[in-house]
Design a protein around this ligand. Sequence first.
Ligand code: ADP
Ligand code: MG
Length: 426
Amino acid sequence: MDNSHFFYVLLINLLVILIIILLVNFSTLSKQGTTKLPFHPFHIFITCAILIFLSLTLSIKLDNGFVYDLRYIPFLLGGVYGGKRVLLGLAGALILIRLPLLGPGFIVTVFLTILSCFVILYVAPKLTSKPWTTRVYWFTFFSFCYSILAFLIPSMFYGFHDFTSFFIYSGTLTGSTFFVFYLYEMIRTTYILQLESIKYEKMHVVSQLAASMSHEVRNPLTTVKGFLQLIHESPMEAQTNQDLSKVAVSEIDRATDIINQYLTFAKPHPEVKMELDVSEEITRSTEIVMPLALNHGVMVEVDLLHEHSITGEPNKFQQVLINILKNGIEAMESGGILTITSYEEDRNLFIVIKDAGIGMTEEQVTRLGEPYFSLKGKNGTGLGMMTVFKLVYVMNGTIDVWSKLNEGTTIKLSFPITEQSGMKIE
Ligand code: ADP
Ligand code: MG
């Protein structure tokens, strides 16, 4: 057996594992969920089982009659991140896939797989709260132990002492495990950070809106207080008093409405996709930013001409609208008109939000959506548009931005219309 050949086979193994893990990760992470990791244990199982199978087809038989490859990596990866059931499933799959080759190595495989299961079941739960680098080191260490046993056992029973192949195998398996786990943890961490920043961004928007919300509560309260005083002063004027209390009640109703809308938005929401009534969502979002608009002396005009609905998560869709509306309002320091229009064209629903604010330069427009890009100093997070881009992308939508310095900004959102949906639900 040529040792360099052995090494190449292991490298090809690594390459296949890496390509598949990267493809699966990026295609799943970029397209799905915005509140939790989108990996379903069953998908982890299937991916890792396929990888184990591919590793085995690419394996190499050394002179000791044993088969070597990197199948331990997908087994470890799936077993660690997929949970108990995936671990046991993969152990079964590994033994089954290895079964047709039989030979003395089969017993060793069964033994090492069962041993690994026990070790992973015992150690993995303890590592979840540890920093990710610690996890990577531990799993690399597992691989290292596995590689030693995978050579030690044959050498004990069959007197096989090829140290060069041992070093190649142990080195490649350990190094590859480190590399694969490191990469996987990096992708996971980046993704979790992105989720966290979207949550953080919403909290920030919610707290900023709360400040202007207090006006919305104080004004009707002042009115109601004045009315009550009037009623108290002249209790005999039944007609006037009736009118006054009617106005007072409607003032309080309006304030309650706005606060309820705001609280519904502020609450964390489960991730449920559904058919969205765009008009209703636009009305809600407009009401939520209304106090802020009044504070800035901004008028909001709404003109909706669409008929169908789109698909998405209501709360996320509101987050998109509120972020854009808020930017528009904040761009108009000395008041102005903010218009929201909607229309349909070629099975797409368009929502256009136009302000007459300070606008942006071309360079600023291209940087829009970049995390932490903000010109608002400590009043901005620079995460608003990043969130908008991410959430719109998840809804299969697109965003176009036109802006001119000192003239204003127009943002056009487009979403595919939900097929087989009826007319707009009024
Ligand atoms: P933030 O609002 O917290 O600063 P965003 O991601 O919402 O973060 O916006 C980033 C930057 O883009 C803003 O600071 C602002 O300079 C610019 N911007 C966004 N929307 C508008 C707009 N409608 N008009 C002018 N500038 C805008
Ligand atoms: Mg913003």
